[in-house]
Ligand binder design. Structure first.
Ligand code: KG4
Ligand code: ZN
Length: 350
């Protein structure tokens, strides 16, 4: 079981109910139920709505995952669940369910860190992660650069956003352009028809004076405000808003800063591998620009396919499998749902 453990992972930190099953590095099932449509009219995830949706979706999603993998709960070697960070009520649903299944089926349980799981999921597609590596996690809730020395032990934060997360910036800009929610995929599509050089939007925390204190940190709220001002001035002048050009120029500003800082983090730490995860890693321009810039410095870029970048159960199962294989002790059955779980903890100690 140590070499190829069969691990089931449960993810409920935000608006996706995910149950994934992996054997070793092999993905057997990745069942997902999303409440994203229920949040669309609010322009962002409503925690109480998300929690209720998890409650309704969990058992059927669990059943779908087991069917897809062709296994039963009795076959599973361990159950992993996102302990944090995330929405408290949403996390509670997954953690309570995982405890119930673990207790009923007498399985060890691993409470894991959602961000570390975003890093671990890449192993399902590209095999073991060379360490040390730099990970850039960009989603609706987080934007961080991490140094991954040993994924079983903990990761070292290098920098993070000081205001909005990258995905949040995509969502807010899409909202002010009247494009819908979630904004990332819509802006990504709209940008394909636009000119990324048509509007010079600001690149947060890249000026020499900011780099001294915030070399690996991000800021996207100034960019969001700049886009809002630009659109307002167009509207005031009675001119049409060129949605494709605004989308492309905004997207370029985000991707420019993200990739420049990620490559700088690799070089500063003598690291040859950059792994990108989180919902924004699905962005087509981010992928291209990261590859282009990394290649110039001999850095390999690993990005899982888009379906594995956004929240899912497979990522939790992948990290669980990694921990089991490394001989890490399971968590206690009273493990918490920890909305502010620290990045330095990859799993809840036993
Ligand atoms: O990781 P994720 O599914 O959930 C968490 O926030 O943890 O990420 C969702 C975020 C949303 O803000 C969404 O707009 C963004 O990822 N996103 C994208 C793309 N696809 C999803 N952002 C830019 N380009 C995309 N193609
Ligand atoms: Zn996430």
């Amino acid at each position: 079981m140590r070499d190829e453990p069969l691990v089931l992972g449960i993810e409920t930190s935000c608006d996706e109910t995910g149950v994934g099953i992996v054997r070793g590095h092999t993905l057997l099932a990745d069942a997902l139920a999303s409440s994203v449509d229920q949040h669309a009219r609010f322009g962002g995830v409503v925690p109480e709505v998300a929690s209720r949706a998890h409650l309704e979706a969990l058992v059927p999603t669990m059943q779908r995952a087991l069917d897809e993998a062709g296994v039963t709960l009795a076959d599973v070697d361990a159950i992993a669940v996102t302990s944090g960070p995330g929405l408290a009520g949403a996390l509670l649903v997954g953690v309570a369910a995982a405890k119930g299944y673990a207790l009923a089926a007498e399985k060890p349980i691993y409470g894991v860190n959602h961000l570390a799981a975003h890093v671990a999921v890449d192993t399902l597609e590209h095999g073991p992660l060379p360490e040390p590596a730099v990970a850039m996690l960009v989603s609706g809730g987080h934007s961080s650069l991490l140094l991954v020395d040993d994924l079983t032990a903990g990761v070292t934060p290098l920098g993070a956003t000081i205001d909005d997360a990258a995905g949040e910036a995509f969502d807010k800009v899409a909202r002010l352009l009247g494009l819908g929610f979630p904004g990332g995929p819509i802006i990504d599509r709209a940008a394909r028809e636009g000119d990324p050089a048509s509007i010079a939007f600001p690149r947060g925390l890249t000026a020499a004076k900011d780099l001294a204190a915030h070399r690996f940190d991000f800021s996207f709220s100034g960019l969001k405000t700049a886009v809002a001002r630009w659109v307002e001035s167009r509207e005031r002048a009675g001119e049409p808003v060129p949605v494709a050009d605004v989308s492309a120029s905004f997207q370029e500003a985000v991707c420019d800063v993200l990739t420049a800082k990620a490559i700088d983090a690799c070089r500063a730490n003598g690291v040859g591998t950059l792994v990108i995860g989180g919902g924004v890693a699905a962005n087509s321009r981010l992928r291209v620009l990261a590859e282009e810039r990394a290649a110039k410095h001999g850095i390999a870029v690993r990005v899982p396919r888009p379906g594995l970048c956004t929240d899912n159960g497979a990522m939790v199962a992948a990290l669980g499998s990694h921990l089991v294989r490394a001989g890490v002790a399971p968590s206690r059955l009273d493990l918490p749902a920890d909305s502010a779980m620290s990045l330095t903890a990859v799993s809840v100690p036993g």
